[in-house]
Design a protein around this ligand. Structure first.
Ligand code: AP5
Length: 208
């Protein structure tokens, strides 16, 4: 099994681009953030443990995350590789991942910090189908969400104070992974401070 990693700060556009990469490559998206939010919503033991960390913009402990990943990779749709979104986020997570799968590409979406706050504070998604929008940069179509049952939803951690913590956490604990993957020769950085289609084009070109 060989897989790819979507890497970048909070709000860089990983989830937005994941939808396009899945459409083009067929690789299923494995988002630890989405898995944790589902666990919080369902009130599972993992969700109860993760909730406080997420609300503070801190990382959930590695052991919890690795348990989720190991279970997810047993699913049928993961047997030919997956696209990790928001994982790994620490060196121990990357080391554990290297033991269970081969990573062929780490696609890094680079966006300056000053853009991140406006992206995250304007994020809106459809609670029915999961499509991610933005109040200004990627608005819901005038005709409504293509799923036909738009349910506006905003994330509990999408506020200015949590965003700043998430950014500090990213710079301290996750950004160092770039060097780790660069040394392996599989790190590809793309300028994410452009419109969504231009970023998608560059990411897909790396995979072509
Ligand atoms: P997670 O859900 O992974 O959040 P994140 O990494 O902070 O990333 P986001 O989902 O906020 O952003 P994104 O890059 O997907 O951007 P999006 O496409 O939505 O993690 C949440 C929390 O869970 C963490 O804080 C942590 O507590 C925990 N967690 C998760 N994984 C963990 C792990 N591995 N280890 C430990 N803890 C973990 O885009 C953002 C907005 O910008 C949208 O509105 C979008 O429409 C807009 N946009 C996108 N692209 C563009 C563009 N090119 N131009 C203009 N606007 C754009």
């Amino acid at each position: 099994m060989s897989s790819i990693v979507l890497f970048g700060p909070p709000g860089a556009g990983k989830g937005t681009q994941a939808a396009r990469i899945t459409e083009s490559t067929g690789l299923p998206q494995v988002s630890t953030g989405d898995m944790l939010r589902a666990a919080v919503k369902a009130g599972t033991p993992v969700g109860l443990e993760a909730k406080g960390f997420m609300e503070r913009g801190e990382l959930v402990p590695d052991a919890v995350i690795l348990g989720l990943i190991e279970e997810r990779l047993t699913h049928d749709d993961a047997q030919n590789g997956v696209m990790f979104d928001g994982f790994p986020r620490t060196v121990p997570q990357a080391e554990a991942l290297a033991q269970i799968t081969t990573i062929t590409h780490v696609l890094a979406i680079e966006v300056p910090d000053e853009r991140i706050v406006e992206r995250i504070c304007g994020r809106l998604s459809c609670g029915n189908c999961g499509t991610v929008y933005h109040d200004a940069f990627n608005p819901v179509p005038v005709a409504g969400c293509p799923c036909g049952a738009f349910e506006p939803k905003r994330r509990a951690d999408d506020n200015e104070s949590t965003v700043n913590n998430r950014l500090s956490t990213y710079h301290e604990q996750t950004a160092p992974l770039a060097t780790w993957y660069r040394d392996l020769g599989i790190f590809h950085a793309v300028n994410g401070d452009r419109d969504i289609d231009a970023v998608a084009e560059d990411l897909l070109a790396v995979l072509a």
